[in-house]
Design a protein around this ligand. Sequence first.
Ligand SMILES: [Zn+2]
Length: 89
Amino acid sequence: MIRGETVSSGAPLDCGDEGCPSPDGPKVLCSGAGYYIGYFCDLCGPYSRESLGYYATTEQAETALAEGWPERTTEFRPSSVCDTGQADD
Ligand SMILES: [Zn+2]
């Protein structure tokens, strides 16, 4: 589930479920609305959207992830979980 809070605004870094692995940082994720930067739990799925909005392409989202986006900057390297050019509807 997507929570209202972002990690950068004080939400916990992990998904909140015991036994789940800690994320290694924000990633480029996709939804029907487009690509966004958020946190993804290997067991629960995406649980936080960090970017202010959505990006039309994974390249734009990865650039934002690498260079920073309106809500925060990051030292983590981008990691895409979506196939390029494919939106998950
Ligand atoms: Zn989890």
